[in-house]
Design a protein around this ligand. Structure first.
Ligand SMILES: *Cc1c(COP(=O)(O)O)cnc(C)c1O
Length: 434
């Protein structure tokens, strides 16, 4: 028996929510786009299509699927749902966030040039400097993209060359949460006298998720995600995705997705689609708790600095305010002095010698609710020491330059009870003996 595939807009219309043209709200799209009831069985949740191949009624006469690397119903469902949330016409899913980076880079001409934010995700930095440069002769200039507008303009303008094919933004950055003004970078790139008209602007939106930030609306050409983090949200899938409106580039990336083959499994796509359905609820909870914890830390006598863009003390606070989606800003909460929820990531420095990891070590080993681990974006709270964990491979002088001493701690605030998280941090800070 052949079970018709629920493929894109060809669903039976029962409970159908238009992808991006629809005026439906965020969670309505997250729950319905890609999850239309199965035409053959009525199943409300799409079945997992594990089949690697699909029967044809005659040569070339198929129902949209031939072979699962080229296309799979679960991957389609996830891609359509995420595209709707980011406000793009095309979504493409990959086996990891890193596979998105590799595939996007493979769509760039060899011998071309990239302008990248300086403290880009470590794996992205590694791909630019140790892979793209070797296999494609692509050179990357790393630029500090936060700070006073005149300084950012001068640095970005100086970095762009006629062979620049790609500008890579990540905001906020990791782990020092610097905020890049996306519309400013877009304006600089589009107005640059030497810039090619084909230059592409990518934003890695992993830290914010589409709930808090929609880079395509600010003029970016492509938004990429490590789905591993907030989008799936339950720390049980490694996956990546890209969303864009540029049809020609999307066709090329889809071709590379199939040719390179760094595709996610149907089960991972199914899990990640399930994750998307609660994205808004989770992000609101992450944001609300993170704001409360950031304010608690800022008031703590043993804490030197708290880095959270929603706090008025953050240098990128005003840019963050302009860049946050209207729906996230409206959903609140807001705190003292105009503080607001801006994602679930916080970094803070304790009052200890940046060259001594002893106090941070004591803090991190005296927590009961937070788990000491790398990664982020799951429902459970994680905590880590970037200088020895996620950023342990960054050269000491570079670490010092970007402010990653042994007293800098990064937190991924989960959605447990806020009071339990604060109590846990209180205990840890006490144990550090500051
Ligand atoms: C984790 C991460 C990546 C890489 O994604 P993987 O799914 O681990 O390959 C890229 N960018 C950012 C900002 C990340 O946090």
């Amino acid at each position: 028996m052949t079970v018709p595939a629920t493929n894109g807009a060809s669903s039976n219309g029962n409970g159908h929510v238009d992808d991006h043209a629809s005026a439906a709200g965020f969670s309505t799209k997250a729950i319905h786009v890609g999850s239309e009831p199965n035409a053959a069985t009525g199943a409300v949740i799409p079945p997992i299509s594990l089949s690697s191949t699909f029967a044809q009624d005659g040569i070339g006469n198929h129902k949209g699927y031939e072979y699962s690397r080229s296309g799979n119903p679960n991957r389609d469902s996830f891609e359509r749902a995420l595209a709707a949330l980011e406000g793009g016409s095309r979504g493409l899913a990959f086996s990891s966030g890193s596979a998105v980076t590799a595939t996007v880079l493979n769509s760039m001409p060899s011998g071309s040039h990239i302008v990248s934010v300086n403290d880009v995700y470590g794996g992205t930095y590694r791909y630019f400097t140790k892979v793209a440069t070797v296999s494609q002769g692509i050179q990357t200039t790393f630029v500090e993209m936060d700070g006073a507008e005149a300084d950012v303009s001068e640095r970005v303008n100086a970095a762009i060359r006629k062979e620049t094919s790609l500008v890579w933004i990540e905001t906020p950055t990791n782990p020092t949460l610097r905020v890049v003004d996306i519309p400013l970078i877009v304006k600089l790139v589009r107005n640059h006298p030497n810039a090619s008209k084909d230059i592409k602007i990518v934003v890695d939106n992993t830290f914010m998720s589409p709930w808090f930030q929609n880079p395509l609306a600010h003029g970016a050409d492509l938004v990429m995600h490590s789905v591993t983090k907030y989008l799936n949200g339950h720390s049980d899938v490694v996956m990546g995705a890209a969303v864009l409106n540029d049809e020609a580039w999307a066709d090329r990336l889809a071709f590379l997705q199939n040719s390179i083959g760094a595709i996610p499994s149907p089960f991972d796509c199914w899990l990640a689609l399930r994750g998307l359905k609660t994205l808004a609820l989770r992000m609101k909870a992450h944001g609300e708790s993170a704001l409360a914890i950031a304010q608690f830390l800022e008031a703590h006598p043993s804490v030197e600095t708290v880095i959270y863009p929603g706090l008025p003390s953050h240098p990128g606070h005003q840019v963050a305010r302009r860049q946050i989606t209207k729906r996230a800003a409206a959903a609140g909460p807001t705190g003292e002095n105009g503080a607001f929820a801006y994602g679930g990531m916080i970094s803070f420095r304790i009052k200890s010698d940046p060259a001594d990891d002893g106090p941070a070590d004591k803090l991190l080993s005296n927590l009961n609710v937070f788990t000491l681990a790398e990664s982020l974006g799951g429902v459970e709270s994680l905590i880590e020491l970037p200088s020895k964990m996620t950023h342990g491979s960054v050269a000491l002088e570079d670490r010092i330059k970007i402010g990653i001493g042994h007293n800098l701690i990064r937190v991924s605030v989960g959605i447990e009870e806020t009071a339990d998280l604060i109590k846990d941090l209180e205990r840890g800070i006490k144990a550090a003996g500051l």
